[in-house]
Design a protein around this ligand. Structure first.
Ligand code: ZN
Length: 154
């Protein structure tokens, strides 16, 4: 792990490294599944999000790409949380995660705490490292971009 991440809780670190070494839902989906790509130039992280939708629900999600442990672990954790969820539910979970990472949409403040973020809570400590927040949030931005592209193409 990068020296800049000293200070992260050891237990959280274990959870992050577990997802990094053994990423969940890694791979690709063939078309007509949708593919969205995201890039974080600050760190060099790349994420591909493959989405197979059915009736406004994420039936399957797969993650491709490469990057630092935070970006890849966050993507892995994200997949376990959103598979089988509706687009509306995903937006709410995404908002809750971003509020934990101190990223708020206009007019919103505070933390959304009615969502169980599961392993994603291990990323909470990353908030101390402003440059790494972009790593943690990359897969979520890419997911949202993908959902937007799907919504506008149908
Ligand atoms: Zn990164």
């Amino acid at each position: 792990m990068e020296p800049a991440m000293d200070g992260l809780d050891e237990l959280y670190m274990e959870i992050i490294l577990d997802h990094y070494r053994d990423p969940r839902n890694r791979g690709e989906l063939d078309p007509p599944a949708h593919m969205a790509e995201g890039f974080n130039p600050m760190c060099g992280d790349e994420i591909k999000v493959f989405l197979d939708m059915e009736n406004n629900v994420i039936k399957e999600i797969r993650i491709g790409g490469q990057g630092c442990s935070i970006s890849q672990a966050s993507a892995s954790m994200m997949t376990t949380l959103i598979e089988g969820k509706s687009v509306e539910e995903v937006h709410h979970i995404s908002k809750a995660f971003k509020s934990m990472m101190a990223i708020h949409e206009e007019g919103e403040e505070g933390v959304i705490d009615d969502v169980d973020l599961g392993d994603l809570e291990a990323l909470q400590g990353v908030v101390q490292f402003p440059l790494r927040i972009k790593c943690a949030i990359l897969s979520w931005h890419t997911l949202e971009q993908g959902l937007k592209e799907i919504a506008t193409s149908t």
